[in-house]
Design a protein around this ligand. Structure first.
Ligand SMILES: Cc1cc2nc3c(=O)[nH]c(=O)nc-3n(C[C@H](O)[C@H](O)[C@H](O)COP(=O)(O)O)c2cc1C
Length: 380
């Protein structure tokens, strides 16, 4: 229940206010060039303090690799890595000790286990996604090294504010001959924006979040995710469909409330003749459009993968809400003054990218695209 994957297995462990958090990665083939910096780069993208909208909890999130790498390459043995918690302030939470936070996991953990870690939510905390990112950074490196696969996530909607950039408004950017340049420019914009939003109206979204913050409230939004250079043939026809494995993995991330593939829910409004992607021949068989989002019959078709992920507003808010004291059974008011992001999206993006990378590596090893033991054989 703490492991994702079958051939490439990432097991995460640790809590928000425990000593450390980490991951064990089993099934990473040998001879992948890998360093602590590769993992650190991705952890820095999800670290607290990344933007004006991230929690004031000051954590360096410095990774330590304990095993599985020798002379700059993976050895095929389990990779184990951890990050120590440095800035826990458990007393921030003592006031809400017996009063479950609306929207968080406190109440259901209490009903299931008879106890819950009120100090930041324990396993339900956003900090547990450190494990996802440790595993994901290795999976990303593996995808890039073997097939030059790139995964790019960005915000397309915040609350009610819709951005003007998304894949379906600009599909040619991802197809044109000089697309590498345009994609690099988009990535620069994503990584320099506090909401990781490449839209020209991102300032409007920033104001929307600031306004919610002033009211002691939080907001949600939609992330779009692209996978480029994925070969055709990844995924399986029925119970391990690429779409099913990806959405299952993503839906297991805290605060995720929905996943769409390709045109997703919008496809219900289209005629078959509008939704179907016709085939054309340009040196090879290609899809004229990409309404399917790169997946047909549970298998990748060679077009970019396109997914959208709905993320709810951060549950911990300082605005007064009603709860019930678990001991006295009396209704009480609750205000949460710990350190919380007013919007989860910007820091969730590296986490979603990580889970997508883990799912893809797992399916590609199982499907024979990546050698399960030795990448030197893959490269030959
Ligand atoms: C990267 C990330 C950061 C998060 N940060 C917070 C936070 O600061 N405060 C909070 O209340 N919830 C935060 N969450 C959301 C909770 O973890 C989540 O809402 C909670 O576990 C309940 O699970 P559910 O939303 O899936 O029902 C974060 C989630 C992620 C993925």
């Amino acid at each position: 229940m703490n492991t994702i994957g079958k051939a490439f297995r990432v097991t995460t462990w640790g809590e928000s206010h425990g000593k450390a958090l980490g991951a064990v990665i089993d099934g990473c083939p040998a001879n992948l060039p890998l360093s602590e910096e590769d993992i650190q780069r991705e952890l820095d993208r999800r670290r607290p303090g990344y933007s004006i909208f991230s929690t004031p909890r000051r954590e360096p999130d410095k990774v330590e690799v304990l095993s599985g790498i020798f002379e700059g390459k993976t050895t095929g043995t389990p990779i184990s890595a951890l990050v120590y918690n440095k800035n826990q302030r458990s007393k921030d939470y003592s006031k809400i000790k017996d009063t479950p936070r609306p929207g968080h996991g406190d109440y259901t953990y209490y009903k299931k286990y008879g106890t819950y870690d009120y100090r930041g939510g324990g396993r339900a905390s956003g900090r547990t996604t450190i494990g996802h990112v440790i595993g994901g950074s290795i999976a990303k490196k593996l995808l890039e090294y073997t097939y030059n696969i790139r995964i790019i996530g960005y915000t397309i909607k915040v609350g009610k504010i819709k951005g003007d950039f998304n894949y379906y408004s600009n599909p040619e950017i991802f197809l044109s001959s000089n697309s590498n340049n345009s994609i690099n420019k988009i990535i620069e914009k994503i990584e320099s924006d506090p909401l990781r939003c490449p839209s020209s109206n991102s300032q409007e979204m920033i104001e929307y979040v600031k306004n919610a913050m002033e009211m002691g409230d939080s907001v949600g939004g939609i992330v779009e995710l692209m996978v480029l250079n994925l070969p055709s043939g990844v995924g399986n026809p029925l119970f391990s469909k690429l779409s099913g494995e990806l959405s299952g993995g993503i839906m297991n991330i805290n605060a995720v409330k929905g996943v769409e593939i390709g045109r997703g829910f919008q496809s219900t409004e289209l005629y078959g003749s509008e939704m179907n992607d016709e085939y054309i021949y340009k040196d090879s068989i290609q899809l004229k459009t990409n309404n399917c989002g790169g997946i047909l019959g549970g298998i990748s078709c060679g077009s970019p993968l396109v997914m959208r992920v709905a993320i709810k507003p951060t549950p911990s808010i300082s605005k007064t809400q009603k709860t019930v004291n678990l001991k006295s059974k009396k209704e009480e008011d609750i205000e949460i003054h710990g350190r919380h992001d007013p919007i989860i999206l910007p820091r969730a993006i590296p986490v979603i990218e990580s889970v997508v990378a883990i799912v893809l590596v797992d399916l590609m090893i199982r499907g024979g695209f990546i050698h399960p033991c030795n990448l030197d054989i893959n490269k030959k």
